[in-house]
Every structure is written in structure tokens, then in C-alpha cells.
Design a protein around this ligand. Structure first.
Ligand code: ADP
Ligand code: ZN
Length: 817
């Protein structure tokens, strides 16, 4: 008898064994999907992880329903990575599988199926059973697998459903995302009728007498397209020919020029249109050589290059080498916000060899990229993606680049697997004996420490490209300004002066404030009451734009109050400020400027990021106000001034990483200023100008920050010296959380003694009506991580056996960030 071990996409401790027939065993390979019965009536899609002859001891193996693939869709490397992640991050392989595979691969009994309205279906293309389902969907908007089983009067329906998905007749419910639409950019070209030399000469003659400006525009268009050999953007043409957009519009209206739009991250380049990669300057060349040498002795190299030192161009050279050998490259980015700019840049060099993988893509597009990577297609040699792209089915990976490696968004919080994409990427690379390059202007303490310890190679670039100086950073003392009445709203006189000057010089401005909304607290001036979220232990944030009070944890909202709910007085005040308030203050102070805002509220929609980034790039916005979204590696050409509205929020955050984070955030946001010829300026407003971190920011002194923070980490037993595992206990009932947390803490303390901290309520102890309490386990360097985790698992399963705690949720977060 033959058996297979199957990974199911649910949190099971173990793989499940099923029996297969001899015919099936001829055909089946590890990594194929099978549809399988589970429990009383459930059907799942599982992945075959092993084929063998050992019958399970405890239970009788059921038969599988059907094999779903002709060839494996999951590679053995992926299975190894899944196993590593499940082990290391203390979750199940099933949870990893769910995160790793596009939803469209995971048919199961709960799947909801609906018609794909975007596709014209020809009945004749459908087999009988397929047609029955298609027909049923004409009358009903959606069906469940069970309904389909009833319609077809058989149990085994996943194969039909799969065929319909492949034919794009149906879509699965999870796919009803907004379809990601990349930005469109306006280009301009000469109309067909003027492309012959004679007609063109006549036109130019005509214009030179009557419309000299228009003639200049046309000549500029020629020189631009000759120079770049690429489509010419309307904005570039206007800038280069020193005219206004009105002149260009006049030419378009006359039919002399034509405008058209191209989707920037999908431009299809003809081979010859590709730009050559840039010639590196001396510092970049040295860095590149050092990286290559360092890879001889290290699997991981950290590139510490200041903002705008041209790290991306160095990556490009490495990528060229790797794809020349036919290998694949993974380029990891912390946020999709960044991809728009980078996709364009990489496609200029590598054309259609670049594929993008991120969550805003439709399920279909994600499946497309998945399959391209699986088959090592020429269209997916370079994968640009956010953290989940480590799960793609690479088969010949040569290099992983982790850009902005310090970013905490590489760590997944919820749900499991709670993995760190940077760290998992290093494991992934090692499976392929490939190299990993980490890049940052402000490396994480962990990575820099690993470099100091010679675990990683270290390469530095200390000059900006073009030798532009790093921006000058000025700390402005808010307390002093308040005393001397030099503040207007939240703006010091210094900031207003610098803003006025920057605008007069035709430059753009970024203002950074780490909170969204208008004001985080509303308070009654009479009785002091402030409205709280009914579901969470936080005060509601006032959003002026929508005249609402909103909870940033659960999404609860209500209309802004006219009077205090407690005492009825109509004398409500606001405390603290967010991006909305800064935006409206800028509008008051500078009524002529165009102000934009980039935060979670303005980037939610389909085109959120692209719209704002494009508008700012094209200088339709003068002042951009935003949260930390602004800090992430964006390359704007015309920004000369960056203002940090209040540094103290960041510094006072209750977390052992707060100082490291503040340093990174402020240097990164400063890095957006003065990236081209002229030196930029940064103003940081604070109540504590003598704070060490601010001093280190203002002198760009990464190494001092590193040394000092490292000493603190050493003294207080934090990473990189100790590892951390955080255990969170969650339940609706306050008492139950306390009891459960005490039980766990006691059991863990018996094992790990004083290395157990807590249980403790976090600053926000109730979210969505669930109380949270945390226990932190610190693991010293000599202690076996594997054994520690085993011990925690044991405690956890004894805990699970206590009837009283059945409904309590335990969340384990390894390397808690
Ligand atoms: P970083 O990633 O280090 O912040 P970038 O790679 O974005 O820096 O480079 C900053 C700017 O300098 C970019 O606009 C880039 O095109 C330009 N640049 C960098 N290196 C070169 C080079 N060797 N030749 C021409 N331009 C370069
Ligand atoms: Zn809430």
C-alpha cells in the first residue's frame, strides 16, 4: 500500500496521511495538489509533502479524492523553507502554506465561487459539467463547493472547479480585491501627418513666423527623444522647453502633437529601448568590488550607504551579473508604496524580465507571476516584491537583495506565520547557496551587529551620488519658541521662514508627523471627559475632514460630538495633532500653496499611493504632509526642505526599539531632502533638543547611535544579545485573561526563571473587546533556541488541556518586533 503525507492549509500540528492507489502512486509527485476529505464533511486542497509505504498508526488513512495537478506546483526548496518557518516561528506548516500559495490555488469546501464578469464565455468551450456550473451562476451570484456537489450530484468536484478557474470562467471569493491599476503617465509625440520631412519643414517655417514658442517646443521634443530614445513625458517636455503646459496644449489642440498614456509599471519595452545601466562613480565602483569580494567569504553582506548614495545602481550591477548566468533575483522591498518608482527604474534596465509581486495585484496576476517563477520564465528573472514574495517557487535563485533592511514591516504580525522576511530570505538564499545583500542607510542594530561580529560582510558608501552634501539638520526648541511666542499653530518661526524661502526658490517641501487624523484626543474643557472607543482602550481620534471620531485600532467611528457626552457642555477642545491638522495649518499659513497629504487615510483606495506620488513628482503638490510612509526610500528630485513637526512622540514611544526607530525614521525622512545638486535642509521641532538621539541624527552619526544603543541592549538583556519570544494571551473576559496569564507565567518561570517578564498589560490592553496580556521570554546567547521552543510548546499544550482556558487564545511571536 502507498501513502502520502499531506500538508493541509489549516493549523494542524502534523501532516496528515492518506492512502493512494498504485495508479495514483505512479503519477503523484511531491509538491502536487490533491483534494482530500477531512473530518466529517470538509474538503481541502492539500500539498503532497512525502510519498511512502508506512501506514499511520493512530488512525486509518482515508483515500484522496483526486490529484489536481499534472506536475508539482510547490518545489522541494519551498517545502524546506515552509518547514524552517514553521519551526522557527512556532506555527504550523499549514499556516505557512496558506500564506505561501495564492488563494486561487486553495480550493476547499468553504470556498465561494462566482462568475467572472470580465470574461466572455463561449458555451461551446465548456464541458457538460462545467456548463452546469456556469449555468447555475447565471441565476445565482455565488455558489459553495457543497452547492456544486449537489448540482453535479457527485462528491468529487474540485477538479471541475479548478478547470473553471483555469479557464477564467469563475473566480473564487477571496479574489474580489480591487484590481490594482498602476499609474498612467501622459506622453506626447508628433502627429502622424508631420512625420515626413517636407511637411515638418513647412510646419516649422510656419511656426517660426507666427508662434516661436510652439516651434521651440517641437524642437525640444526632437532633441529629447533623440537623447533618451524613449517616449517623452508631457511634464519633461514642458520643463525642458521652458514653456507652460498651455503651449503644449495649444499644439495638441491644433493636432500637431498627440498625447497618449502609458501605464508605467507595465510598459512593454522593445529590447532596443532599454537603457544601459548607469556608469558607477568611484565610490559605487569600490563598493561593488568590495561586495563581490565579501561574497567569497560571506553569504550575507550588509551595504551601509547613506541616503542617495546610489545603492540602487549598485544593486543593478549585481543583478546584471546574476541574470547573465541565467539565475533568478529576488528584490525585496518593505512596502508596495515604493514599487512604483522602482519598477520604472528597473524596467528601464531590464525590460520585461522584471516581474512584480504584491498584495494589490489581483489573484489572477499573482498566479501568473507564481507560474512564471515556477517555470523560470524569461519574464520573471527579477522579482520585485514585498515580504510575501519569499514564498515564490524559485528554482534557480542566485541573489536576494533586501532593500531598506531595517524596516519593521518586513516582520509579519498577524496572522501566523509571524515571520521576518529579511531573516527568512537569508534562509531561502542559503537553500540555493545564493547570496543575500542587505541594504540600508540606517541598518538595524541586529544586522550591523552581525556585521561587526563578522557574521556578515560590511560595505559602506559615505558619499551621496553627485557629491551633494547630506542635508543640514537644525534642531528647533519648541519650548523656547512657545515661551517667546514664536509659534503659529504647530509651526515655529524658523520652520515658517525656511518654508517661505524654499517656496520662493521654487522647491518642494515635506512635513512629517507621525500621527494621522486631526487630533488624537478630544477633551471637554469643563469636566475633562474625553470620548473613548467602546471596543478598545483608546481615546477616539478626531478626523476633521469627515467630521468623525475614529478608533485607529478597530475602525469604530461616530459623528464628531457637538457637546460633551458626560456633562453636556459645548466646550470641546482637542489635544495633540495629526497630519490633518498640519495640512489645514499649512493652508492657513500659505494660502497659495497646493498641499497634499500621504497617510493611511489618503492611500487606501485603488490608486492611493500612485496618485499622490505622481502628483508630487510632477510638482502638482508644493507641500506634502505625511506619516512614516514618506520616509521609505522615495526619490523626489525637487524637495529641498523637510520638517519634522514633533520628534518627541517618536522618542517617547514605550518600546526598547524606540530610540533606534526614531533615529532611523528621522534620518530616512531627512534623506528625502536635497537629493540633486543643492544641499537640502531639515528642521526638527522638539521639546528636547539635547536628546542624544537627536544630536546623533543631526550629525548623521550612525556609529555613535549604534554603540550607545548596543550598550543599553547589553545592560537590559535585549537583542542582539538576547532573543525574545513574546506570548500574548487574549480573551474577552478580563479575569480570564489574568488567570490564564498568571498560570502561563508561573509555568514558564519555573523553566526560565528570571528570564520571564510579565505578565503585563500593554499600553492598549483592550482591542476589539479582547483583553491582551503579554509575557516576554528572554533567551540568552548560550541557551538552545530549539530546546527553549520545545519547552514552551509543552507548557502551551498543558495549558490547552485545561478546560477553563479552552477559549483563551495564545499567540506566540518569535523575534518579536
Ligand atoms: P539610494 O538608494 O542610495 O538612496 P539611489 O540609488 O536612489 O540612492 O540614487 C540616488 C539618485 O542618484 C538617483 O536618482 C539615481 O538615479 C542617481 N544615481 C545614482 N548613481 C548614479 C550613477 N552612477 N550615475 C547617474 N546617476 C546616479
Ligand atoms: Zn476601537
Amino acid at each position: 500500500m502507498n501513502y502520502i503525507d499531506v500538508i493541509l492549509p489549516i493549523p494542524l500540528e502534523k501532516r496528515f496521511t492518506y492512502s493512494i492507489t498504485p495508479a495514483e502512486s505512479e503519477f503523484l509527485k511531491v509538491g502536487m495538489r490533491v483534494s482530500i476529505p477531512f473530518g466529517k464533511s470538509k474538503i481541502y486542497t492539500g500539498i503532497v509533502a512525502d510519498i511512502h509505504q508506512k501506514a499511520p498508526v493512530i488512525y486509518e488513512a482515508k483515500e484522496i479524492h483526486q490529484i489536481l495537478d499534472d506536475s508539482p506546483i510547490v518545489t522541494s526548496m519551498q517545502l524546506q523553507l515552509w518547514q524552517w518557518i514553521a519551526n522557527y516561528y512556532m506555527c504550523t506548516e499549514g499556516e505557512v502554506m496558506r500564506a505561501a500559495l495564492p488563494n486561487a490555488f486553495l480550493l476547499e469546501s468553504e470556498t465561494i465561487i462566482s462568475k467572472n464578469d470580465k470574461q466572455q464565455i463561449n458555451d461551446a468551450d465548456l464541458k457538460d459539467d462545467e456548463f452546469l456550473i456556469f449555468e447555475a451562476l447565471q441565476h445565482q451570484s455565488s455558489l459553495k463547493i457543497q452547492d456544486i456537489a449537489n448540482i453535479l450530484d457527485k462528491k468529487n468536484v474540485l477538479p471541475v472547479v479548478k478547470r473553471l478557474v483555469d479557464k477564467e470562467v469563475i473566480i473564487l471569493n477571496e479574489e474580489i480585491y480591487d484590481k490594482y491599476k498602476p499609474k498612467y503617465v501622459r506622453y506626447v509625440k508628433l502627429s502622424e501627418q508631420y512625420t515626413s520631412e517636407t511637411s515638418l519643414n513647412t510646419l516649422l517655417d510656419e511656426l517660426s513666423s507666427r508662434a516661436k514658442k510652439q516651434r521651440d517646443v517641437i524642437l525640444t521634443l526632437f532633441s529629447l527623444s533623440a537623447k533618451t530614445k524613449k517616449p517623452v513625458k508631457v511634464t519633461d517636455l514642458v520643463a525642458e522647453s521652458l514653456t507652460s503646459s498651455a503651449t503644449v496644449k495649444a499644439l495638441i489642440d491644433k493636432g500637431i502633437l498627440e498625447d497618449y498614456h502609458i501605464q508605467t509599471d507595465r510598459i512593454i519595452y522593445e529590447g532596443e529601448d532599454n537603457e544601459d545601466s548607469k556608469k558607477l562613480n568611484q565610490y559605487q565602483t569600490e563598493a561593488l568590488e568590495q561586495i563581490k569580494t565579501s561574497f567569497d567569504t560571506h553569504n550575507v553582506v550588509l551595504l551601509h550607504g547613506i541616503t542617495s548614495s546610489g545603492k540602487t545602481e549598485v544593486y543593478v550591477k549585481l543583478i546584471e551579473d546574476v541574470i547573465a548566468k541565467g539565475k533568478q533575483v529576488l528584490y525585496l522591498l518593505p512596502e508596495i508604496a515604493l514599487t512604483t518608482q522602482l519598477v520604472t527604474r528597473l524596467q528601464n534596465y531590464f525590460g520585461e524580465q522584471v516581474a512584480v509581486f504584491h498584495s494589490k495585484y489581483s489573484a489572477h496576476e499573482r498566479v501568473e507571476v507564481y507560474n512564471q517563477v515556477l517555470t523560470n520564465s524569461a519574464k520573471a528573472k527579477i522579482i520585485l516584491g514585498a515580504r510575501s514574495s519569499i514564498f515564490l517557487p524559485f528554482n534557480d535563485l542566485g541573489l536576494i537583495i533586501v532593500d531598506e533592511e531595517h524596516e519593521s514591516s518586513f516582520k509579519q504580525f498577524d496572522p501566523a506565520p509571524r515571520y521576518h522576511a529579511r531573516d527568512a530570505a537569508i534562509v531561502l538564499a542559503s537553500l540555493f547557496k545564493a547570496k543575500t545583500l542587505l541594504g540600508s542607510a540606517t541598518p538595524s542594530l541586529e544586522s550591523y551587529y552581525n556585521a561587526q561580529e563578522k557574521k556578515y560582510g560590511l560595505v559602506e558608501i559615505n558619499r551621496r551620488y553627485n557629491n551633494v552634501q547630506l542635508p543640514e539638520i537644525e534642531l528647533v526648541d519648541i519650548k523656547d519658541k512657545q515661551k517667546r511666542k514664536k509659534m503659529k499653530g504647530h509651526f515655529t518661526d524658523r520652520l515658517i521662514e525656511e518654508m517661505t524661502e524654499a517656496i520662493a526658490d521654487g522647491h518642494q517641501i515635506i512635513l512629517f508627523q507621525n500621527r494621522r487624523g486631526y487630533s488624537p484626543i478630544v477633551e471637554c474643557n469643563t469636566c475633562g471627559h474625553s470620548p473613548q472607543c467602546p471596543n478598545c482602550d483608546v481615546s477616539l481620534t478626531y478626523h476633521q475632514y469627515r467630521k468623525q471620531l475614529r478608533c485607529h485600532y478597530c475602525g469604530y467611528n461616530s459623528a464628531m460630538l457637538q457637546k460633551c457626552m458626560a456633562c453636556g457642555t459645548a466646550d470641546l477642545d482637542t489635544k495633540g495633532f495629526g497630519t490633518e491638522q498640519i495640512e489645514s495649518e499649512v493652508k492657513l499659513l500659505f494660502p497659495d500653496l497646493k498641499v497634499g497629504r500621504m497617510d493611511l487615510d489618503t492611500t487606501r483606495g485603488k490608486f492611493g499611493y500612485e496618485k499622490i506620488i505622481t502628483a508630487f513628482e510632477q510638482q502638482d503638490i508644493d507641500v506634502l504632509v505625511g506619516t512614516q510612509m514618506l520616509t521609505k526610500g522615495l526619490d523626489f528630485r525637487n524637495v529641498k526642505l523637510v520638517g519634522v513637526m514633533n520628534a518627541d512622540n517618536l522618542l517617547n514611544f514605550p518600546d526598547f526599539r524606540a530610540h533606534e526607530r526614531s533615529f532611523q525614521l528621522m534620518l530616512q525622512v531627512s534623506g528625502r531632502a536635497g537629493r540633486t545638486e543643492k544641499r537640502g535642509k531639515v528642521l526638527i521641532q522638539t521639546y528636547n533638543p539635547y536628546h542624544k538621539i537627536l544630536q546623533q541624527v543631526s550629525t548623521n552619526d550612525y556609529v555613535s547611535m549604534f554603540k550607545e544603543q548596543l550598550e543599553e541592549r547589553y545592560n537590559y538583556n535585549y537583542p542582539p544579545y538576547f532573543r525574545l519570544i513574546k506570548i500574548t494571551i487574549k480573551h474577552r473576559d478580563y479575569n480570564k485573561v489574568n488567570m490564564a496569564a498568571d498560570w502561563l507565567a508561573k509555568a514558564l518561570t519555573q523553566l526560565f526563571k528570571h528570564h520571564v517578564l510579565g505578565p503585563e498589560f500593554p499600553p492598549i490592553s483592550r482591542i476589539r473587546n479582547q483583553y491582551h496580556k503579554n509575557i516576554l521570554i528572554k533567551i540568552p546567547q548560550g541557551q538552545s533556541l530549539g530546546k527553549t521552543k520545545e519547552a514552551i510548546k509543552k507548557v502551551n499544550s498543558s495549558f490547552g488541556a485545561i478546560a477553563d482556558f479552552k477559549s483563551v487564545r495564545i499567540i506566540i511571536n518569535v523575534d518579536n518586533y
